[in-house]
Design a protein around this ligand. Structure first.
Ligand code: SAH
Length: 368
Protein backbone atom coordinates (compact mmCIF):
# COMPACT_ATOMS: atom_id res chain seq x y z
CA UNK A 1 0.00 0.00 0.00
CA UNK A 2 1.13 3.54 -0.66
CA UNK A 3 1.04 5.16 2.76
CA UNK A 4 0.50 8.64 1.38
CA UNK A 5 -2.19 7.84 -1.13
CA UNK A 6 -4.83 5.47 0.21
CA UNK A 7 -6.43 3.71 -2.75
CA UNK A 8 -5.73 6.45 -5.27
CA UNK A 9 -7.34 4.41 -8.03
CA UNK A 10 -10.47 3.67 -6.05
CA UNK A 11 -13.30 5.50 -7.81
CA UNK A 12 -15.01 6.05 -4.45
CA UNK A 13 -11.99 7.91 -3.13
CA UNK A 14 -11.85 10.08 -6.22
CA UNK A 15 -15.50 10.92 -6.06
CA UNK A 16 -15.04 12.81 -2.79
CA UNK A 17 -11.76 14.28 -3.80
CA UNK A 18 -13.23 17.64 -4.68
CA UNK A 19 -9.90 19.23 -3.88
CA UNK A 20 -8.48 17.47 -6.87
CA UNK A 21 -11.57 18.00 -9.01
CA UNK A 22 -11.58 21.72 -8.53
CA UNK A 23 -8.09 22.27 -9.84
CA UNK A 24 -4.68 20.73 -9.43
CA UNK A 25 -3.14 20.95 -6.00
CA UNK A 26 -0.64 23.78 -5.90
CA UNK A 27 1.71 22.04 -3.50
CA UNK A 28 3.15 18.51 -3.81
CA UNK A 29 2.57 15.75 -1.28
CA UNK A 30 5.73 14.93 0.70
CA UNK A 31 8.27 12.90 -1.24
CA UNK A 32 8.52 10.36 1.59
CA UNK A 33 6.03 9.11 4.17
CA UNK A 34 6.44 10.10 7.81
CA UNK A 35 6.33 7.44 10.54
CA UNK A 36 2.68 8.09 11.34
CA UNK A 37 1.75 7.45 7.71
CA UNK A 38 2.63 3.78 8.15
CA UNK A 39 -0.04 1.27 9.03
CA UNK A 40 0.91 -1.65 11.26
CA UNK A 41 1.86 -3.92 8.35
CA UNK A 42 4.12 -1.31 6.80
CA UNK A 43 5.80 -0.70 10.14
CA UNK A 44 6.29 -4.46 10.70
CA UNK A 45 7.79 -4.68 7.23
CA UNK A 46 10.23 -1.88 8.00
CA UNK A 47 11.20 -3.64 11.25
CA UNK A 48 11.41 -7.10 9.69
CA UNK A 49 15.02 -7.65 10.88
CA UNK A 50 14.12 -6.77 14.48
CA UNK A 51 12.61 -9.06 17.13
CA UNK A 52 8.86 -9.49 16.62
CA UNK A 53 7.85 -7.45 19.69
CA UNK A 54 9.48 -4.37 18.23
CA UNK A 55 6.51 -3.54 16.03
CA UNK A 56 4.14 -3.18 18.99
CA UNK A 57 6.75 -1.31 20.96
CA UNK A 58 7.40 1.27 18.24
CA UNK A 59 3.72 1.45 17.27
CA UNK A 60 2.73 2.33 20.84
CA UNK A 61 5.54 4.84 21.22
CA UNK A 62 4.65 6.77 18.09
CA UNK A 63 0.89 6.37 17.92
CA UNK A 64 -0.20 6.28 21.56
CA UNK A 65 2.53 8.41 23.12
CA UNK A 66 3.27 10.58 20.11
CA UNK A 67 7.03 10.14 20.51
CA UNK A 68 9.61 11.07 17.91
CA UNK A 69 12.24 8.39 17.15
CA UNK A 70 14.87 10.01 19.42
CA UNK A 71 12.45 9.90 22.36
CA UNK A 72 11.79 6.15 22.20
CA UNK A 73 14.13 5.19 25.00
CA UNK A 74 12.96 1.57 25.07
CA UNK A 75 14.61 0.74 21.72
CA UNK A 76 18.30 0.60 20.82
CA UNK A 77 20.01 3.84 19.79
CA UNK A 78 20.88 2.47 16.36
CA UNK A 79 17.23 1.79 15.64
CA UNK A 80 16.28 5.25 16.86
CA UNK A 81 18.68 6.82 14.39
CA UNK A 82 17.60 4.49 11.60
CA UNK A 83 13.98 5.56 12.10
CA UNK A 84 14.94 9.23 12.31
CA UNK A 85 16.95 8.97 9.11
CA UNK A 86 14.27 7.17 7.15
CA UNK A 87 11.22 9.14 8.29
CA UNK A 88 11.11 12.93 8.36
CA UNK A 89 8.91 14.67 10.96
CA UNK A 90 5.55 15.52 9.37
CA UNK A 91 5.39 19.08 10.73
CA UNK A 92 7.97 21.77 11.33
CA UNK A 93 6.75 24.50 13.69
CA UNK A 94 7.28 27.99 12.26
CA UNK A 95 5.49 30.12 14.83
CA UNK A 96 3.53 29.61 18.02
CA UNK A 97 1.25 32.41 19.26
CA UNK A 98 -0.71 32.73 22.47
CA UNK A 99 -3.78 34.89 22.92
CA UNK A 100 -3.60 37.67 25.52
CA UNK A 101 -5.74 35.67 27.95
CA UNK A 102 -3.42 32.68 27.54
CA UNK A 103 -6.23 30.27 26.74
CA UNK A 104 -5.65 29.92 22.99
CA UNK A 105 -2.47 28.75 21.26
CA UNK A 106 -2.11 28.85 17.49
CA UNK A 107 0.68 27.13 15.60
CA UNK A 108 1.81 27.67 12.06
CA UNK A 109 3.43 24.51 10.73
CA UNK A 110 5.37 23.93 7.57
CA UNK A 111 4.75 20.67 5.75
CA UNK A 112 7.28 18.68 3.76
CA UNK A 113 6.86 19.96 0.24
CA UNK A 114 6.38 23.54 1.39
CA UNK A 115 2.71 24.23 2.16
CA UNK A 116 1.68 25.53 5.60
CA UNK A 117 -1.20 24.87 7.98
CA UNK A 118 -2.47 26.18 11.28
CA UNK A 119 -3.64 24.35 14.39
CA UNK A 120 -5.42 25.88 17.38
CA UNK A 121 -5.57 24.65 20.97
CA UNK A 122 -8.33 26.03 23.20
CA UNK A 123 -8.15 25.57 26.95
CA UNK A 124 -11.42 25.76 28.87
CA UNK A 125 -11.90 25.13 32.54
CA UNK A 126 -13.44 21.73 32.01
CA UNK A 127 -11.92 20.65 28.71
CA UNK A 128 -9.17 21.26 26.19
CA UNK A 129 -10.03 21.15 22.50
CA UNK A 130 -7.76 21.09 19.49
CA UNK A 131 -8.97 22.46 16.18
CA UNK A 132 -7.24 20.42 13.50
CA UNK A 133 -6.62 21.22 9.82
CA UNK A 134 -7.35 18.56 7.21
CA UNK A 135 -6.04 20.36 4.13
CA UNK A 136 -3.57 23.13 3.38
CA UNK A 137 -5.88 25.81 2.07
CA UNK A 138 -9.36 24.87 0.90
CA UNK A 139 -11.10 24.44 -2.45
CA UNK A 140 -14.60 25.30 -1.22
CA UNK A 141 -14.20 29.07 -1.67
CA UNK A 142 -16.77 30.19 0.92
CA UNK A 143 -16.80 33.95 0.59
CA UNK A 144 -16.53 34.89 4.27
CA UNK A 145 -13.82 32.38 5.21
CA UNK A 146 -10.14 33.39 5.11
CA UNK A 147 -9.02 29.87 4.21
CA UNK A 148 -11.51 29.71 1.34
CA UNK A 149 -10.38 33.11 0.09
CA UNK A 150 -6.80 31.81 -0.17
CA UNK A 151 -7.55 28.71 -2.29
CA UNK A 152 -6.49 25.07 -2.21
CA UNK A 153 -2.92 23.89 -1.70
CA UNK A 154 -3.23 20.17 -1.02
CA UNK A 155 -4.65 17.44 1.19
CA UNK A 156 -2.90 16.67 4.45
CA UNK A 157 -1.48 13.21 4.98
CA UNK A 158 -2.51 10.98 7.89
CA UNK A 159 0.76 11.83 9.66
CA UNK A 160 0.23 15.56 9.23
CA UNK A 161 -3.25 15.31 10.73
CA UNK A 162 -2.16 13.11 13.64
CA UNK A 163 0.93 15.10 14.49
CA UNK A 164 -1.23 18.19 15.06
CA UNK A 165 -3.12 16.20 17.69
CA UNK A 166 0.04 14.92 19.38
CA UNK A 167 1.57 18.39 19.54
CA UNK A 168 -1.59 19.90 20.96
CA UNK A 169 -1.80 17.13 23.54
CA UNK A 170 1.76 17.83 24.69
CA UNK A 171 1.07 21.56 24.88
CA UNK A 172 -2.18 21.06 26.82
CA UNK A 173 -0.49 18.95 29.48
CA UNK A 174 -0.98 18.71 32.44
CA UNK A 175 -4.53 19.37 31.29
CA UNK A 176 -5.86 16.39 29.35
CA UNK A 177 -6.63 16.99 25.70
CA UNK A 178 -10.27 15.93 25.71
CA UNK A 179 -11.86 17.03 22.41
CA UNK A 180 -10.94 17.18 18.76
CA UNK A 181 -12.72 19.28 16.18
CA UNK A 182 -11.93 19.03 12.48
CA UNK A 183 -12.70 22.70 12.02
CA UNK A 184 -9.31 24.04 11.01
CA UNK A 185 -8.18 24.70 7.48
CA UNK A 186 -9.74 22.66 4.71
CA UNK A 187 -12.77 20.50 4.05
CA UNK A 188 -12.28 17.26 6.00
CA UNK A 189 -14.82 15.26 4.01
CA UNK A 190 -12.94 16.06 0.79
CA UNK A 191 -9.97 14.20 2.30
CA UNK A 192 -12.16 11.34 3.43
CA UNK A 193 -9.92 8.27 3.46
CA UNK A 194 -7.14 9.97 5.35
CA UNK A 195 -9.65 11.50 7.74
CA UNK A 196 -11.11 8.07 8.52
CA UNK A 197 -7.65 6.59 9.10
CA UNK A 198 -6.73 9.48 11.40
CA UNK A 199 -9.97 9.12 13.38
CA UNK A 200 -9.40 5.40 13.79
CA UNK A 201 -5.91 6.09 15.19
CA UNK A 202 -7.19 8.85 17.49
CA UNK A 203 -9.82 6.61 19.04
CA UNK A 204 -7.79 3.40 19.20
CA UNK A 205 -4.27 4.60 19.95
CA UNK A 206 -4.55 8.09 21.38
CA UNK A 207 -7.62 7.10 23.38
CA UNK A 208 -9.93 10.03 22.69
CA UNK A 209 -13.42 8.60 22.25
CA UNK A 210 -15.41 9.08 19.08
CA UNK A 211 -18.08 11.06 20.95
CA UNK A 212 -15.41 13.67 21.71
CA UNK A 213 -14.58 14.14 18.04
CA UNK A 214 -16.49 16.46 15.70
CA UNK A 215 -16.05 16.75 11.95
CA UNK A 216 -17.28 19.91 10.28
CA UNK A 217 -18.34 19.92 6.65
CA UNK A 218 -19.58 22.44 4.19
CA UNK A 219 -22.03 19.79 2.96
CA UNK A 220 -20.33 17.23 0.75
CA UNK A 221 -23.42 15.06 0.41
CA UNK A 222 -21.94 11.80 -0.97
CA UNK A 223 -19.20 11.87 1.66
CA UNK A 224 -21.79 12.52 4.39
CA UNK A 225 -23.57 9.36 3.28
CA UNK A 226 -20.36 7.40 3.78
CA UNK A 227 -19.73 9.14 7.07
CA UNK A 228 -23.13 7.98 8.28
CA UNK A 229 -22.10 4.37 7.76
CA UNK A 230 -18.52 4.57 8.92
CA UNK A 231 -18.16 6.54 12.07
CA UNK A 232 -20.65 5.46 14.66
CA UNK A 233 -20.37 8.10 17.31
CA UNK A 234 -18.28 10.82 15.72
CA UNK A 235 -20.20 14.10 15.68
CA UNK A 236 -20.99 15.94 12.47
CA UNK A 237 -21.34 19.71 12.17
CA UNK A 238 -22.70 21.16 8.95
CA UNK A 239 -21.81 24.70 7.92
CA UNK A 240 -25.27 25.78 6.82
CA UNK A 241 -25.19 29.61 7.18
CA UNK A 242 -28.24 30.14 4.96
CA UNK A 243 -31.57 28.35 4.71
CA UNK A 244 -32.49 29.21 1.12
CA UNK A 245 -30.56 28.20 -1.99
CA UNK A 246 -30.06 31.71 -3.41
CA UNK A 247 -28.28 33.04 -0.37
CA UNK A 248 -26.48 29.80 0.43
CA UNK A 249 -25.06 29.50 -3.08
CA UNK A 250 -23.63 32.97 -2.67
CA UNK A 251 -21.99 32.22 0.65
CA UNK A 252 -21.09 28.57 0.08
CA UNK A 253 -20.54 27.87 -3.64
CA UNK A 254 -20.71 24.08 -3.13
CA UNK A 255 -24.44 24.59 -2.58
CA UNK A 256 -24.88 24.79 -6.36
CA UNK A 257 -23.76 21.20 -6.55
CA UNK A 258 -25.51 19.92 -3.41
CA UNK A 259 -28.50 22.16 -2.76
CA UNK A 260 -30.24 22.50 0.57
CA UNK A 261 -32.86 19.82 0.23
CA UNK A 262 -30.26 17.15 -0.65
CA UNK A 263 -28.12 18.40 2.20
CA UNK A 264 -30.96 18.19 4.70
CA UNK A 265 -31.74 14.63 3.60
CA UNK A 266 -28.11 13.70 4.16
CA UNK A 267 -28.21 15.30 7.63
CA UNK A 268 -31.29 13.30 8.44
CA UNK A 269 -29.56 10.13 7.28
CA UNK A 270 -26.57 10.81 9.51
CA UNK A 271 -28.85 11.52 12.43
CA UNK A 272 -30.87 8.35 11.90
CA UNK A 273 -27.91 6.04 11.29
CA UNK A 274 -25.63 7.33 14.03
CA UNK A 275 -28.28 8.25 16.57
CA UNK A 276 -26.50 11.56 17.05
CA UNK A 277 -27.93 14.92 16.15
CA UNK A 278 -26.11 16.88 13.51
CA UNK A 279 -25.38 20.46 14.44
CA UNK A 280 -25.87 23.35 12.04
CA UNK A 281 -23.21 26.03 12.14
CA UNK A 282 -24.49 29.49 11.37
CA UNK A 283 -22.03 32.37 11.13
CA UNK A 284 -24.15 35.42 11.98
CA UNK A 285 -23.64 38.06 9.29
CA UNK A 286 -25.19 41.49 9.89
CA UNK A 287 -28.21 42.11 7.65
CA UNK A 288 -27.45 39.01 5.56
CA UNK A 289 -28.63 35.97 7.50
CA UNK A 290 -29.59 37.36 10.91
CA UNK A 291 -33.12 38.65 10.21
CA UNK A 292 -36.30 37.23 11.66
CA UNK A 293 -37.23 35.59 8.38
CA UNK A 294 -33.82 33.89 8.29
CA UNK A 295 -34.58 32.50 11.72
CA UNK A 296 -37.94 31.22 10.49
CA UNK A 297 -36.40 29.43 7.51
CA UNK A 298 -33.72 27.97 9.73
CA UNK A 299 -36.29 26.71 12.21
CA UNK A 300 -37.96 24.72 9.43
CA UNK A 301 -34.71 23.06 8.38
CA UNK A 302 -33.58 22.34 11.93
CA UNK A 303 -36.86 20.56 12.55
CA UNK A 304 -36.59 18.50 9.38
CA UNK A 305 -33.06 17.41 10.19
CA UNK A 306 -33.66 17.21 13.95
CA UNK A 307 -30.54 19.35 14.23
CA UNK A 308 -28.99 21.42 16.96
CA UNK A 309 -28.01 24.98 15.96
CA UNK A 310 -24.69 26.58 16.82
CA UNK A 311 -24.53 30.33 16.19
CA UNK A 312 -21.08 31.79 15.53
CA UNK A 313 -20.72 35.57 15.50
CA UNK A 314 -18.95 36.25 12.16
CA UNK A 315 -15.23 36.87 12.60
CA UNK A 316 -13.64 39.43 10.37
CA UNK A 317 -11.52 38.30 7.40
CA UNK A 318 -9.64 40.42 4.88
CA UNK A 319 -11.71 39.42 1.85
CA UNK A 320 -15.21 39.92 3.21
CA UNK A 321 -16.39 43.42 4.05
CA UNK A 322 -19.61 42.65 5.92
CA UNK A 323 -19.43 42.60 9.70
CA UNK A 324 -20.81 40.16 12.21
CA UNK A 325 -24.18 40.60 13.88
CA UNK A 326 -24.23 42.58 17.11
CA UNK A 327 -24.32 40.56 20.35
CA UNK A 328 -27.92 41.77 20.91
CA UNK A 329 -28.94 40.55 17.47
CA UNK A 330 -27.30 37.15 18.10
CA UNK A 331 -29.22 36.88 21.37
CA UNK A 332 -32.47 37.90 19.74
CA UNK A 333 -31.96 35.38 16.92
CA UNK A 334 -31.14 32.63 19.42
CA UNK A 335 -34.30 33.50 21.33
CA UNK A 336 -36.46 33.06 18.22
CA UNK A 337 -35.02 29.58 17.65
CA UNK A 338 -35.31 28.60 21.28
CA UNK A 339 -38.95 29.65 21.49
CA UNK A 340 -39.62 27.45 18.47
CA UNK A 341 -38.20 24.53 20.42
CA UNK A 342 -34.85 24.37 18.63
CA UNK A 343 -31.80 23.44 20.65
CA UNK A 344 -29.42 26.38 20.17
CA UNK A 345 -26.03 27.44 21.49
CA UNK A 346 -23.88 30.50 20.85
CA UNK A 347 -20.24 29.70 20.20
CA UNK A 348 -17.86 31.73 22.29
CA UNK A 349 -15.14 33.25 20.17
CA UNK A 350 -11.60 32.59 21.34
CA UNK A 351 -8.25 33.73 20.04
CA UNK A 352 -9.48 36.40 17.63
CA UNK A 353 -6.62 38.65 18.79
CA UNK A 354 -4.20 36.17 17.15
CA UNK A 355 -6.44 35.45 14.12
CA UNK A 356 -7.14 31.99 15.50
CA UNK A 357 -10.94 32.23 15.56
CA UNK A 358 -13.33 30.40 13.18
CA UNK A 359 -12.70 31.30 9.58
CA UNK A 360 -9.51 33.26 10.25
CA UNK A 361 -6.94 30.56 9.52
CA UNK A 362 -4.92 31.45 6.46
CA UNK A 363 -1.18 31.26 7.08
CA UNK A 364 -0.79 34.86 8.07
CA UNK A 365 1.29 33.86 11.07
CA UNK A 366 4.54 34.81 9.36
CA UNK A 367 6.57 36.73 11.94
CA UNK A 368 7.83 39.10 9.24
N1 SAH B 1 -14.67 23.23 5.70
C1 SAH B 1 -15.31 22.83 6.92
C2 SAH B 1 -14.37 22.88 8.07
C3 SAH B 1 -13.95 24.27 8.50
S1 SAH B 1 -14.78 24.57 9.98
C4 SAH B 1 -16.54 23.66 7.14
O1 SAH B 1 -16.66 24.68 6.50
O2 SAH B 1 -17.38 23.27 7.92
C5 SAH B 1 -14.74 26.23 10.13
C6 SAH B 1 -16.07 26.75 10.64
O3 SAH B 1 -15.95 28.15 10.75
C7 SAH B 1 -17.18 26.48 9.65
O4 SAH B 1 -18.40 26.32 10.27
C8 SAH B 1 -17.16 27.76 8.87
O5 SAH B 1 -18.35 27.96 8.17
C9 SAH B 1 -16.95 28.76 9.97
N2 SAH B 1 -16.44 30.03 9.47
C10 SAH B 1 -15.77 30.26 8.33
N3 SAH B 1 -15.47 31.56 8.20
C11 SAH B 1 -15.97 32.17 9.30
C12 SAH B 1 -15.96 33.50 9.77
N4 SAH B 1 -15.38 34.47 9.07
N5 SAH B 1 -16.56 33.76 10.95
C13 SAH B 1 -17.13 32.78 11.67
N6 SAH B 1 -17.15 31.49 11.29
C14 SAH B 1 -16.59 31.20 10.11
Amino acid sequence: MDALNPDPADPETRQYDLGALSGAARAPLPARPALLDLDREALAEFLRDEPRFRTDQVWTAINAKGQAPDQISSIPLTLRSKLAEEFPPALTPITEQRSADGRTTKWLFELNGGAQVETVLMRYRERATVCVSSQAGCAMACSFCATGQAGFERHLTVAEILEQVHRARDAASPQRLSNIVFMGMGEPLANLERLFTAIERITTDIGIGSRKITVSTVGLVPAMERFADANGQVGLAVSLHAANDDLRSELVPLNRRYPINELIQACRLVRDKTGRRVSFEWAMIGGVNDRDRDANELIGLARKADAHVNLIPLNSTPGYPTTGSSPQQVKHFAGLLRRAGINVTIRSTMGDDIDAACGQLANRGDPA
